[in-house]
Design a protein around this ligand. Structure first.
Ligand SMILES: Cc1cc2nc3c(=O)[nH]c(=O)nc-3n(C[C@H](O)[C@H](O)[C@H](O)COP(=O)(O)OP(=O)(O)OC[C@H]3O[C@@H](n4cnc5c(N)ncnc54)[C@H](O)[C@@H]3O)c2cc1C
Length: 446
């Protein structure tokens, strides 16, 4: 059974920010485009869900930085600039049973766990980072090999190592220096005269923004089909002819753009007769970590900090993010929204914890950080798991990244694992989605 007409120019798989940005560009250019999405709504990792009373909130916390230009640009194209909310970042670090403010260089100077010399060295890191203009020069190094000599062993052990271990879990030692260098370079480059940092958010949430992007694509003639999961690609020689969905339907188009994680794409092609085995292996070679994100609805605030890095050994979470210290609790009917984020391998037994068991496990850790916290403060909770949440940019990652062009003449891939030397993020998803759309248009494939 073929569900779609044969004259669709482009079929995009995935209504995350990459797929939607591509769909907007193609639809606005007058191309016939269909977006096929497994979930029941748009946004992918940046999608939202309804709390019990219908208030919408993101499954995984999101904001953007001043260095991000593609997000405000697309928001401008949608005419929604008035929904951009900006605020100075309120960042802190939990270390040695204490919360340290770490929003400005002045805060850094009072960070007592480090000696004064180490604090100064850490502060000067941003200038040493700026001196590197070609990331290829450090691509053979791990983060530790590059950073420890620059900031000293104490600063590495107290500040950077816990961050790496929480963010990259079992892969912490494999992460390439380029990943850290780019983070430091981008964030160091946007600080104001007093060293402070500005963060931005879309009022109503990234889920609303995704919906506005999907609506724009449909207003320009595109189709977005939710609740449709692709299970297989059908090929003839070096062309993809159709995609098979789990409901048995097939989608035919002249061109295809795939945006889900690389191993998911590899599975669609695993029994295709003409598939290039080396290409399939390259898709499976990139490693990912999952993220389990616990959202707590509290009746009061935990702390004045928005983004609290957890640097104390023995705490499994990368951060405690009190979203309503950035966006107004009034937008959530007075609730205080706190995310507790943990990156881990999906083989980790904690990944499969039942939701209630996970809440108990997380609550114990959170109460050690905030001894005044009581169970009665939690009015409700949700646990979201994303198995492909973070690709691992290993040493030499540029040689591992699959090309946008697949061995099939009419199929491209644009996924968050191909964003480099920057890390994945909605801003770069928009950049890559648009770049893929422009490639399709400029190469006159559609
Ligand atoms: C915990 C966490 C925090 C983050 N914080 C930020 C932040 O603060 N700021 C920021 O900018 N970014 C942040 N990100 C990253 C950001 O969410 C992603 O980079 C971005 O959303 C990726 O968009 P994408 O479209 O490339 O991929 P995805 O959002 O993964 O979209 C892929 C889509 O494909 C669909 N799909 C998968 N398989 C199939 C199938 N078989 N058939 C049909 N559809 C399928 C999925 O359902 C999904 O909708 C965060 C991510 C996580 C996990």
């Amino acid at each position: 059974m073929s569900h779609e007409a044969k004259n669709i120019d482009v079929c995009i798989v995935g209504a995350g920010f990459t797929g939607l940005a591509a769909a907007m560009s193609l639809a606005r250019a007058g191309k016939s485009v269909i977006v096929v999405e497994a979930d029941d709504g748009p946004g992918g990792l940046a999608s939202a869900f309804d709390l019990a009373d219908g208030v919408r909130v993101e499954k995984f916390y999101h904001h953007w930085f001043d260095s991000d230009t593609h997000l405000p640009e697309i928001i401008g194209e949608l005419g929604l600039q008035d929904r951009i909310l900006t605020a100075p970042s309120r960042t802190g670090m939990y270390y040695n049973k204490q919360i340290w403010r770490l929003s400005t260089p002045l805060d850094l100077l009072t960070f007592k766990p480090l000696s004064l010399i180490d604090r100064i060295r850490l502060g000067l890191l941003v200038f040493r980072v700026r001196r590197i203009t070609d990331w290829r020069a450090i691509e053979h190094l791990s983060v530790r090999e590059w950073l420890e000599p620059l900031c000293g062993p104490a600063a590495f052990r107290i500040v950077w190592q816990p961050l790496l271990e929480h963010k990259f879990s079992i892969h912490a030692d494999e992460v390439g220096a380029v990943w850290m260098w780019k983070k430091l370079a981008l964030r160091g480059g946007t600080r104001n005269a007093r060293g402070g940092e500005q963060l931005a958010y879309f009022k109503g949430g990234f889920g609303d923004l995704a919906q506005a992007m999907a609506d724009d694509a449909t207003r320009h003639g595109g189709v977005v089909r939710y609740g449709t999961r692709i299970s297989r690609a059908m090929t003839e020689g070096q062309r993809v002819t159709a995609l098979k969905c789990t409901d048995g339907s097939e989608i035919r188009a002249n061109q295809f753009l795939f945006t889900p994680a690389l191993p998911i794409i590899a599975d669609w092609f695993s029994d295709a007769p003409s598939v290039n085995a080396a290409w399939l292996a390259s898709l499976r070679r990139v490693k990912y970590l999952g993220n389990a994100c616990l959202l707590l609805e509290l009746d009061r605030s935990l702390s004045p900090t928005y983004w609290l890095n957890v640097n104390d050994p023995g705490f499994p979470f990368v951060g405690v993010i009190e979203h309503t210290n950035f966006d107004d609790p009034a937008a959530y009917k007075g609730r205080h929204i706190v995310y507790l984020s943990r990156y881990m391998a999906t083989e980790d037994p904690v990944w499969d914890y039942d939701d209630q068991v996970y809440l108990d496990y997380a609550f114990g850790h959170l109460q050690r950080m905030f001894p005044q916290l009581e169970r009665s403060w939690i009015k409700d909770f949700a646990l979201w798991r994303a198995p492909y949440a973070q690709p691992i940019a290993e040493r030499g990652y540029s040689r591992l990244i699959p090309d946008r062009q697949t061995p099939f003449a009419n199929a491209l891939i644009a996924t968050m694992a191909q964003i480099y030397p920057e890390d994945r993020g909605t801003n770069y998803a928009i950049r890559e989605g648009r770049a893929a759309a422009h490639a399709l248009i400029n190469e006159q494939r559609c």
